[in-house]
Design a protein around this ligand. Sequence first.
Ligand code: MG
Length: 154
Amino acid sequence: MRIGQGFDIHRFADDNRPLVLAGVTFVGERGLLGHSDADAVAHAVSDALLGAAGLGDIGQHFPDTDPQWKGADSMKILQAVVGKVHEAGWKIANVDVNLVCEQPKIAPQREKMQDNLSRVLGAPASVKGRRAEQLGSIGRGEGIMCLAVALLTS
Ligand code: MG
């Protein structure tokens, strides 16, 4: 067995780009700034998987200087990461995600996010929402932070 952790943080954007988390669009919510679609969940889960498999990190495989990934659907990046993990001989046992933000509310979209992740991972995924209790940048509502752990088996 191997375990990996992933972390991502994005600030909210001032333009009216959509907010996308685990491939779910949160209608009417402020989007996040980023080279790709800024899906912090897809990025954190990708990093957890790559870390567990000893395959480096998302920046090595999908550099944000590469025009190919500009505005990219990050669930496609996650799908590519899953392929790399399988190629390296690992199976995904499960993934657990913590989203930390003041807005939006995560619970109403939780099942859709879990379903999207599970479909791409071929394994159970759980998503939990937490608030930062008005502490620090996330607590001031300046962005969204995501923490993920992934367990792999041979
Ligand atoms: Mg990111």
